[in-house]
Design a protein around this ligand. Sequence first.
Ligand code: HEM
Ligand code: HEM
Length: 238
Amino acid sequence: MLSAQDMQEAAAHGRAVKAVYVYEAPVRLWHWVNALAISVLALTGWFIASPLPSQPGEASANFLMGYVRFTHFAAGYVLLAGFLGRIYWAFVGNHHARQLFVLPLLNAGWWKEVLFELRWYLFLERDPKKYVGHNPLAQLAMFGLFLTTLLFMIVTGFALYGEGAQAGSWSHALFTSWVIPLFGQSQDVHTWHHVGLWVMLFFVMLHVYAALREDIMSRQSLVSTMLSGWRMFKDDKP
Ligand code: HEM
Ligand code: HEM
């Protein structure tokens, strides 16, 4: 059987390819667990920043914000564990598993295709190009907007978490000890962690719009590819 790379080459040489296995199960599983964790983090983070009104009575009977914070931290751990698993899979998985982490920045042809995709998204091109993995513009956004923000949120999130976990905890030793002094003080880290929420939501809005739009307009499967792993091409043109 041809590998995905062989198929891509076949497609590049003008031979029609109907379906290619692209995203392996660990990448797909990570994608949806990561999306769920980020949704939970965004919602609970929003409430941590703008808490619900305090309730009268015993504190022990009013632990709602405590549960909100606990859910945020638990989702934070899920996010970190998933990300470590995803990094591992970039080493052992197929070459599409590395696309998120490695950009061909010195390849002029790749930059040309970034511009082409931009024009296509702006409705300035009529004929969509086909890609077995991510299209170059998507890859750029996944690296520049998503991956960097994810790293930033994990580092600042665990720096804040380490303040509560206190000196001696792993999060304090690994993150709090240098991140808080780097930003100046704890409140600055809160503010930048909060800004990160909006950058992440900006990516998610663009990303979901683009995934649905491409699924409809580019004559190749997108959303079902992240479910089944297979990219289907809907016409004979490679
Ligand atoms: C918090 C929400 C989400 C985040 C942070 C996110 C992030 C990502 C990332 C980082 C990738 C690249 C995967 C890799 O190379 O390992 C990706 C791929 C993809 N995502 Fe999402 N995603 C989210 C939600 C969604 C939703 C709701 C959909 C469906 C409508 C979706 C559809 C896709 C598709 C189709 C791909 C593959 C694109 C391609 O084949 O080039 N994502 N996503
Ligand atoms: C995409 C990921 C994340 C988003 C969108 C997010 C969002 C937020 C937001 C909006 C806040 C409120 C900031 C403020 O205005 O004070 C917050 C607070 C916080 N986040 Fe995150 N966060 C994320 C990841 C993480 C991770 C991975 C951790 C690690 C456990 C974490 C730990 C914390 C902590 C400790 C606080 C402060 C809680 C408090 O002061 O009560 N966050 N987060």
